[in-house]
Design a protein around this ligand. Structure first.
Ligand code: SF4
Length: 263
């Protein structure tokens, strides 16, 4: 893992500094808030852990207000069970914001919320990104959500990123067979759906060669053979993709295909 261009340092002190710069927003706000802590304590917790030297009351107020809970004082003494699902997720976001991080990692941030408040929470994340200059890394299974909010997308299979690039590029002209299969089963997709056979392999026992090869329709249909990469698909692992803005794909067949094939 690299952050800010530097490999992560796993010493305790370095990780503590890193956790101040990178904050996590979990999927289920009911599970991530302690039911016995008031909103104030939930938001102040990070400040206390990191030994914040400023005015805690002001920092908590500002974070709640930024997360859309106004006036913040009205929420200080409330408990999670007294709030709606959307308000709870705002408290979790305030707890992440209070440390003024550079990056928020949000794991399925709206999956557990009613459809009516999903848009509000997503709009809040986008607004914070713009106003505070934050980066937001959103983990989701929902490609429509990725399309609506992301600048860049990274598609993962079995613990590795297999394709990454600008969201429009990846979602309109996917080059990795796994991304193609994911997109082909969306209701609005044109052409035949690609139904993947089998289950994802055991992550503790990753197959040799390309980790997707046992389920890959390009390999099964003989296309990879015709492109002269079938042997590589079965035997040659693909390197971890580099970071950065470039469009990248971890696939022997896509790498062998003429780039003109990609619109
Ligand atoms: S490397 Fe081969 S098996 Fe893997 S996704 Fe590409 S075509 Fe399929």
């Amino acid at each position: 893992v690299t952050f800010g261009g530097e490999p992560l340092d796993y010493s305790g002190r370095a990780l503590k500094a890193y956790r101040k710069r990178v904050q996590l927003v979990l999927q289920d706000p009911s599970g991530s808030l302690n039911p016995r802590h008031t909103v104030y304590d939930a938001v102040a917790e990070g400040l206390r852990i990191h030994g914040y030297a400023g005015d805690e009351h002001t920092a908590v107020s500002d974070a709640l207000a930024r997360a859309g809970l106004r006036p913040p004082e009205r929420f200080f003494l409330r408990y999670p069970h007294e709030l709606s699902g959307g308000q709870r997720q705002r408290v979790v976001i305030a707890g992440a914001l209070v440390l003024e991080p550079e990056l928020i990692v949000a794991d399925e941030p709206v999956a557990s919320l009613d459809a009516s408040v999903r848009g509000e929470i997503l709009a809040l994340l986008l607004r914070l990104r713009d106003e505070l200059g934050l980066s937001a890394l959103v983990v989701t299974h929902d490609l429509g959500l990725a399309w609506n909010i992301a600048d860049r997308v990274a598609v993962m299979y079995l613990g590795r990123i297999v394709e990454t690039g600008a969201v429009e590029q990846i979602l309109t002209a996917p080059r990795h067979p796994y991304t193609q299969a994911l997109l082909s089963v969306l209701p609005e997709a044109q052409g035949d759906p690609v139904i993947l056979t089998g289950e994802p392999p055991d992550p503790s026992n990753v197959p040799s060669g390309c980790r997707f090869h046992a389920r890959c329709h390009v390999l099964a249909s003989g296309e990879a053979e015709r492109a002269g990469v079938a042997e590589a698909c079965r035997t040659q692992d693909l390197p971890v993709l580099e970071g950065g803005d470039r469009t990248q794909v971890a696939c022997h067949w896509a790498a062998a295909a003429p780039v003109a094939a990609t619109p």
